[in-house]
Design a protein around this ligand. Structure first.
Ligand SMILES: [Zn+2]
Length: 250
């Protein structure tokens, strides 16, 4: 067994016996590390905070490649206070952590970790969680091997496009369109930006609500249809979104 210090985020945390927990930490270098955190449920334990779900920081542990590692200590880098004060943002956090775990398990790519942390930081900074989540979802399609073609018409390569077809997997031009509805050019253009933007470099978002919601709808439909990734927390997120709409109306 070796002692390592590794940056990561706790993606799951479950009780184990009276006073301990078993946590999974997503890390860039070691992938997902399963870890026992002994005695961490005690108020006095220095392992209490580092063993909570979404704890993000540097974890010191006895590392075992096979079986459970043992958490020795942890230095929290950010508590994500702004997110944790807002039920809507917490539900986005829950969803993107769950989604990232699934995508990581399929692709084993360390970029996933970086993209997740950048997204959480942006939501914490106050950027629209729906937009950040959609950007992440869209970019993850590359890692799932089912990316949409957002460069040209999927049929003929024409770059003057008029809609997007879920079943054809990307943009379609006016010569190749069959029975697809036309989509607002603003939505088409913004989707392409979503696909290529570096999440860590986004500093402000100025997106029309209608464009934003249409993109959310398209990405949601595509995930349902093709990704095979359907997380529990996504349904919960939808419920919260619906409820907040009702509240706004009343
Ligand atoms: Zn075409």
């Amino acid at each position: 067994m070796e002692i390592i210090s590794v940056e990561g985020i706790v993606i799951s945390s479950i009780s184990y016996k009276e006073s301990s927990k078993i946590i999974n930490i997503l890390t860039p270098e070691y992938g997902i590390i399963g870890c026992i955190s002994k005695g961490c449920k005690s108020m006095k334990s220095k392992l209490k905070l580092p063993s909570e779900k979404f704890a993000y920081g540097i974890f010191h542990l006895y590392y075992k490649k096979q079986g459970l590692s043992t958490l020795i200590d942890g230095d929290i880098k950010d508590y994500f206070i702004n997110i944790k004060c807002d039920i809507n943002k917490i539900s986005y956090l829950t969803y993107i952590v769950e989604l990232s775990t699934d995508v990581y398990k399929q692709s084993m790519d360390e970029e996933i970790y970086k993209m997740l942390i950048s997204s959480i930081n942006k939501i914490e900074e106050g950027l629209d969680p729906k937009v950040i989540t959609n950007i992440l979802e869209l970019q993850y399609l590359n890692y799932l091997g089912i990316n949409l073609n957002l460069d040209e018409c999927v049929k003929c390569g024409n770059t003057k496009v008029c809609t997007l077809s879920i079943s054809k997997g990307g943009y379609v031009c006016s010569n190749c369109v069959n029975n697809e509805h036309l989509i607002d050019p603003k939505v088409l253009k913004m989707l392409r930006l979503y696909n290529y933007v570096d999440i860590s470099k986004i500093s402000n978002l100025d997106i029309d609500d209608k464009v934003r919601d249409k993109i959310d709808e398209i990405i949601d439909e595509y995930y349902k249809e093709y990704s095979g990734v359907r997380t529990k927390s996504k349904s919960f997120l939808k419920e919260i979104n619906e409820n907040s709409k009702i509240n706004k109306c009343s």
